[in-house]
Design a protein. Structure first.
Length: 431
């Protein structure tokens, strides 16, 4: 084979290889591109679920105040002991025009406990609101990173596409000159076609990830350009530190608030053993005169009514037992939630550590070895010591190694994002 042809192949491969390596982690975007920080703020501001949770919290705060208020007093007005023979209110001495007021007093500390229960529900809503901020932030970051991967993967493959197109042209020229086999031409065309198909698949994945991102940002951001820079996040604390703080995670505070609500429910059920009270104060006006000619005096009445909780077996006892069972269920759910967070932390932290090792392996060894392998294949091909199949295989291996390095890099950051969620780090409000 003439030296000029193989020298051309050598130049093409070196050019594409260095361009691919230098831009493997680049993404499209300009000075007006949307940054991740901006995307997070937009997502938090437009999240309808957080607004709904906040409205519920305000509702239960108001209810907490209302629950601690006594029932409204009742005003009563009426006539008593009116004779039916004449309907005169001054005929009989017991006929009265009455006005009175009645006040109910609930059992024991029912009002205070109900107020406490509503306040604990509000606390749970606040914790749910904070956890929702963490969830929204995590999902936006994961979608953002995945979109970054496919953008960069497209660029890596597009730059390598030039090499495969040149190889097709060269094999066709050499085949026409009788210096290349038909199989080499077919193989070069096949690999180029597979590369084009992969680019089409990547564009489909880009559209899917943009749709996921638009779910948080709105349809107007479906085609928005995103920042080219890979996002950086704060460093991770040691695993034992995060592990010890899981009980303070907002999602755990939701469960703690649920337990507190059910503890109030037990105390509320126990109030049923105590009587409720009713005070009735009535003033009766009388018309007419006594038999001695003096005016009849008015009447003042005061009454107290209260329950006698004597038969508690099928009422109060059952209510207390039911509330205690609900409390135990809430405590078990809290424990299960903590165990699930612990499992998630173990999984994601281990993934982050292993991906750190793999990323170092690819960046320090494998990517450069893949380049060296391609150069060696080219050298062998240039000196007629290697065949075209070996050269093509080496080129494909280098491409796959670059894509794998990119995939590991993105997955490493995604694992870190998931651990940051468990550590409770958020850019959202905390109050």
């Amino acid at each position: 084979m003439p030296f000029v042809v193989k020298q051309h192949v050598w130049t093409v491969v070196l050019t594409v290889s260095f361009l691919s390596a230098g831009n493997a982690f680049a993404a499209q975007g300009g000075s007006n591109a949307l940054t991740l920080e901006q995307a997070e703020k937009i997502a938090l501001q437009r999240d309808a679920v957080r607004r709904a949770i906040k409205s519920k919290e305000r509702a239960f705060r108001e209810q907490s105040v209302a629950e601690n208020a006594l029932p409204d007093p009742q005003l009563k007005v009426g006539l008593m002991n009116v004779p039916t023979d004449s309907y005169k209110i001054d005929q009989e001495p017991m006929t009265q025009s009455q006005i009175g007021i009645v006040q109910m007093f609930p059992r024991g500390d029912t009002l205070g406990i109900r107020s406490s229960r509503a306040s604990h529900v509000a606390d749970g809503q606040l914790s749910k609101w904070n956890d929702r901020a963490l969830v929204v932030q995590r999902e936006v970051r994961l979608s953002w990173l995945e979109l970054h991967y496919w953008n960069n993967a497209e660029q890596v493959i597009s730059k390598n596409r030039g090499l495969f197109e040149q190889l097709v042209n060269i094999t066709q020229s050499n085949y026409a000159a009788g210096r290349q086999k038909q199989q080499d031409v077919t193989r070069a065309q096949l690999e180029l076609g597979l590369l084009v198909d992969r680019i089409i698949m990547i564009k489909n994945m880009q559209e899917k990830q943009r749709a996921k991102l638009a779910r948080w940002l709105g349809e107007e951001y479906l085609t928005a350009a995103i920042s080219a820079a890979f996002p950086s996040f704060e460093g991770l604390e040691e695993k034992p530190v995060i592990f010890s703080q899981l009980a303070l995670h907002p999602s755990m505070r939701v469960e703690a608030a649920r337990v507190a609500v059910n503890e109030d429910g037990v105390q509320l059920a126990k109030q049923s053993y105590k009587p409720s009270w009713m005070v009735d104060l009535t003033y009766g006006f009388r018309d007419g005169n006594n038999t001695n000619g003096s005016e009849r005096s008015d009447f003042l009445s005061a009454m107290v009514k209260f329950d006698l909780p004597l038969f508690t077996g099928n009422d109060q006892d059952r209510k207390v037992a039911a509330s205690k069972a609900k409390l135990m269920a809430a405590q078990d759910m809290r424990e299960d939630k903590l165990r699930r967070l612990q499992r998630m932390l173990n999984d994601e932290y281990a993934s982050w550590q292993r991906l750190t090792q793999r990323m170092e392996q690819y960046s320090n060894i494998l990517v450069s070895k893949a380049k060296q392998n391609t150069r060696a294949a080219l050298n062998a091909y240039q000196t007629d010591k290697g065949d075209f199949t070996t050269l093509m295989r080496a080129s494909i291996t280098e491409l796959e190694t670059q894509l794998k390095a990119l995939r590991i890099h993105v997955d490493h950051i995604k694992a870190k994002v998931k651990v940051l969620y468990l550590s409770g780090h958020s850019t959202g409000e905390s109050k």
